[in-house]
Each structure stands twice: as structure tokens, then as C-alpha cells.
Design a protein around this ligand. Structure first.
Ligand SMILES: CC(C)(COP(=O)(O)OP(=O)(O)OC[C@H]1O[C@@H](n2cnc3c(N)ncnc32)[C@H](O)[C@@H]1OP(=O)(O)O)[C@@H](O)C(=O)NCCC(=O)NCCS
Length: 180
């Protein structure tokens, strides 16, 4: 499968929105998790789509997205940018020079074929180039938590029962020198 990783353009907006909707809905179903509050999926889609808008408006200065394309279809995304409230409210000695990696999504039918890893490596290369010292990453999806444990080791912080009984939220704080 030939994959091109590139920056988003204005014309990608509609397809990106549909992509997030499809993958996030599928993730909730696949992980067998119910919405924490009504409309959570829609809010999650809007949050990640806002990252795309911020990137396009700010030319990637503060929020920065990469997308993977196969043929003429969007197959995956990854981004970095502002820290979110979960990080700000739970990390005591927060490292303000660290960014948050977010928006990591791969089309359901091609998950587990290496694209998530490739997007992550590509983004790390970009962070290195920009001399970003490190990043935070947070994750509430049990399956993706295992993916990140493989990449980053055990989480820096576990928020126990954040989303209900035995539904924990994981946070990693990672210096770039450790993973690159
Ligand atoms: C999580 C996600 C981004 C990973 O991308 P991917 O392309 O499916 O993952 P890769 O194929 O690159 O997998 C890399 C490694 O992680 C492992 N892995 C992937 N998913 C895993 C899982 N659910 N449990 C355990 N290991 C997993 C793979 O076996 C592989 O290991 P290897 O390198 O030793 O062979 C993707 O599955 C996805 O979009 N999931 C739904 C949305 C989501 O949860 N996003 C993350 C939000 S934090």
C-alpha cells in the first residue's frame, strides 16, 4: 500500500471531518465504550477538527497536523499542539515547553498495519527538527493504551476510574531524547 504523509490543505477540510467522524464512532463501538455524556462522540470530533482549523489558520505554528493519504483517500492523522485541561489539571509540575500529541487516528480497515507507527515516527522527526524538548500524550481508549505502552512504556500517570469503574485515563510525559 503506497502511503504519502503530508500537511493538510484547505480542500481537505470536509474529508477530514468525515474521517474523524467515522474513526471516532468506530473506536467507541469497537472498544465497547458508551458515551460518558450524551453527544461525547460529536464533541470529540469537533475537538480534533478544531486542531485542523487552528493549523490551517495559523500555518502550523501552534497546532500542527500531518495526514496520511492512500490513493485519494485520507487513511490516518496525527497532530501536536496546545495542552488540554486533563493535562493541565492533573500534572503538578507541568513542563510548559512540552507539546501535546493528539489526533492519532487510522482508518479502521487498515489499523494494525503499521500506519500509526509511521505517523508517530514522522511527527517525532518534526518535533526534533523544531527542537521541541518533549511531549505529553493522553489516552482513554483501552486498546490504544496498549499501543502507546508498546511505544512509550508505562504511563507517567494513571487517572483511576476517570470514565467509570475500571475505565482509567493514561497520561505520558516523554522527553524527546528518550524516544528519538
Ligand atoms: C491506535 C492507532 C492509532 C494505532 O495505529 P495502527 O496503525 O493501528 O498501529 P500499528 O499498526 O502502527 O501498530 C504498532 C504496534 O502496536 C501494536 N498494536 C496496535 N494496536 C494494538 C492494540 N490494540 N493492542 C496491542 N498492541 C497494539 C501492533 O501490534 C504493533 O506492534 P509491533 O510494532 O510490535 O508489530 C489505531 O489503531 C487507531 O486509530 N485506533 C483507533 C483510534 C485511537 O484509539 N486513537 C488513539 C487515540 S490516543
Amino acid at each position: 500500500m503506497k502511503i504519502q504523509i503530508r500537511r493538510p490543505k484547505l480542500k481537505d477540510k470536509k474529508e477530514l471531518f468525515d474521517f474523524f467522524q467515522l474513526v471516532i464512532k468506530d473506536t467507541f463501538q469497537r472498544e465497547n465504550i458508551s458515551e460518558f455524556y450524551p453527544g461525547e462522540i460529536t464533541v470529540e470530533v469537533q475537538k480534533v477538527f478544531q486542531v485542523v482549523l487552528n493549523d490551517l489558520e495559523g500555518s502550523g505554528r501552534e497546532e500542527y497536523v500531518l495526514l496520511a493519504q492512500t490513493g485519494n483517500q485520507i487513511a490516518g492523522t496525527i497532530a501536536f499542539g496546545f495542552l488540554n485541561d486533563i493535562i493541565k489539571n492533573n500534572i503538578k509540575a507541568i513542563k510548559n515547553s512540552f507539546v501535546l500529541i493528539k489526533g492519532v487516528y487510522v482508518l479502521p480497515e487498515i489499523q494494525n498495519q503499521g500506519l500509526g507507527s509511521r505517523l508517530f515516527e514522522t511527527l517525532l522527526g518534526h518535533l526534533k527538527q523544531k527542537s521541541v524538548p518533549g511531549f505529553y500524550l493522553d489516552c482513554g481508549y483501552p486498546s490504544a493504551q496498549q499501543f502507546w505502552i508498546k511505544k512509550l512504556g508505562p504511563p507517567f500517570l494513571i487517572l483511576k476510574n476517570q470514565w467509570g469503574e475500571n475505565q482509567d485515563h493514561y497520561i505520558w510525559e516523554v522527553s524527546l531524547s528518550v524516544v528519538w
